[in-house]
Design a protein around this ligand. Structure first.
Ligand code: GDD
Ligand code: MN
Length: 413
């Protein structure tokens, strides 16, 4: 059975980073293959043919016809994807995805798993630093009952080949930091940084993953329903071709990632899930809204106060309101909805979000005045209580409509 009937590239999924319970293709829905192995690549031109060859030989022997290799390349300037595509005729189990609108290691892995047709989803680096032979051991561990099997540098038989003292220190430091911030996840494995593992589809189906960072394993353990975990030791080999893409930026992202996972899988996250409402986001939105009040006040003072510019009140208010909206937009885009805006980079997209946000906020203001009048005149004849209710209604409106319209992850092009 050929995994790829033509030599065309895979269509890149869009929308939420969520794995479905069953493979999406009709043929495989009720009849999934055993293993889908994703190979994320960025500038791996000199490695790709070699790794595809080694993996294919290994798996053709162990699980013939019952696996697929999915290369997910982020439009590498060295045209890794093109070279990978040229291999398709020779490797019937190979599939290739070229992403142009989204990038990053973690989301690449998830996009690959989204098109996968296997019951077991795996990932391996494309640079041969992960020993391919270990795949068989990992697969066995899952077949023996583990939900997740990972290759670890820190169990028997594991290690790093020739890392400097500094790199070892940084790696262990990151692990300790992780244990402090997120013990429930990092405490379960000896090598939480591992990017070489397999997981049952059923253990992560339905959970929405976050695209941040390099460490997809944390996301899988943190958000999935992973019961039994098994490990197998491996030596992290040196690269012979190409170079690592890890920079200081990955360390920052890693810490952000830990905190985000902590928040979303902690108490607040549980409440969020139970009531099916993004509580954390709403709180951030509220904090930003509060900051807007001060911006509005300050600008109004600068423009309209008799001791400053002494402009007419209405004109001043329109300007101060608009500046506050702009302030709120920037914070919401960078913080409240950072995960969404990160997936829709570029100025055009950002301006579009701003225009929508702006229109929704003005509508919110109209709603605010309307509710104030209704409540005050018909229900509670206290203008301050009525105003509080009006503000609450307008805030929820602003939040909800912006969530659905301005920062929605677009499914259609
Ligand atoms: N699609 C895609 N997009 N692939 C990427 C990206 C990206 O933005 N960045 C890196 N990759 C690919 C690389 O081409 C390689 O195949 C793999 O992801 C790992 O990247 P490296 O840059 O080689 O990482 P490393 O070797 O320094 O770091 C590795 O450290 C861990 C050891 O604890 C990680 O990759 C882990 O997977 C590994 O286990
Ligand atoms: Mn590497």
């Amino acid at each position: 059975m050929n995994a790829n009937s033509s030599n065309s590239l895979l269509v890149v999924p869009t929308g939420a980073l969520k794995i479905s319970e069953y493979p999406l293709t009709d043929v495989h829905r009720d009849n999934p293959i055993l293993l889908s192995l994703v190979i994320p690549t960025y500038k791996e031109r000199n490695n790709i043919e070699n790794i595809v060859n080694i993996l294919s030989r290994l798996l053709d022997e162990a699980v013939p016809g019952n696996y697929e290799l999915i290369i997910v390349d982020d439009d590498s300037p060295d045209l890794t994807w093109e070279l990978a595509q040229s291999l398709l005729p020779d490797y019937p189990q190979l599939r290739v995805m070229r992403r142009q609108e989204e990038w990053g290691l973690s989301s690449a892995v998830i996009r690959g798993w989204q098109v996968a047709t296997g019951r077991i989803l795996g990932v391996i680096d494309g640079d041969l630093q992960h020993p391919p032979e270990l795949l068989i051991q990992l697969l066995q561990k899952i077949e023996q009952g583990a939900d997740l099997a990972l290759a670890s540098r820190h169990v028997d038989g594991g290690g790093v080949s020739s890392w400097s003292v500094i790199r070892r220190f940084l790696s262990r430091g990151a692990q300790v930091l992780g244990l402090i911030i997120l013990p429930g996840v990092l405490g379960r494995v000896t090598d939480p940084m591992s990017g070489y593992f397999m997981v049952r589809r059923s253990a992560i189906a339905g959970a929405t993953m976050n695209p941040v960072g390099y460490k997809i394993l944390l996301e899988v353990i943190g958000r999935g329903q992973v019961r039994e975990i098994a490990e197998a030791g491996y030596i992290f080999r040196e690269r012979t071709e190409g170079e690592s893409k890890v920079t200081w930026k990955q360390y920052i992202e890693y810490i952000q990632h830990l905190i985000r996972l902590r928040v979303s899988t902690g108490r607040l996250g549980k409440i969020s899930q139970k009531v099916n409402f993004p509580v954390g986001r709403f709180i951030r939105f509220g904090v930003v809204g509060f900051s807007g009040v001060f911006v509005d006040m300050a600008v109004l003072y600068l423009l309209s106060d008799p001791s400053t510019l002494a402009l007419p009140l209405t004109r001043s208010k329109i300007i101060s309101g608009e500046i506050a909206i702009f302030n709120n937009f920037l914070w919401n885009d960078a913080w409240t909805f950072a995960d969404v805006s990160m997936q829709q980079k570029g100025w055009k997209q950002r301006i579009k979000r701003f225009l929508k946000f702006n229109v929704i906020c003005w509508a919110g203001l109209v709603l605010n005045v309307f509710v104030l009048n209704i409540v005050f005149n018909l229900l509670i004849p206290n203008r301050y209580i009525a105003n509080l209710i009006a503000i609450a209604v307008a805030t929820i409106w602003n939040f909800w409509v912006n969530l659905k319209l301005s920062w929605r992850v677009t499914d259609v092009k």
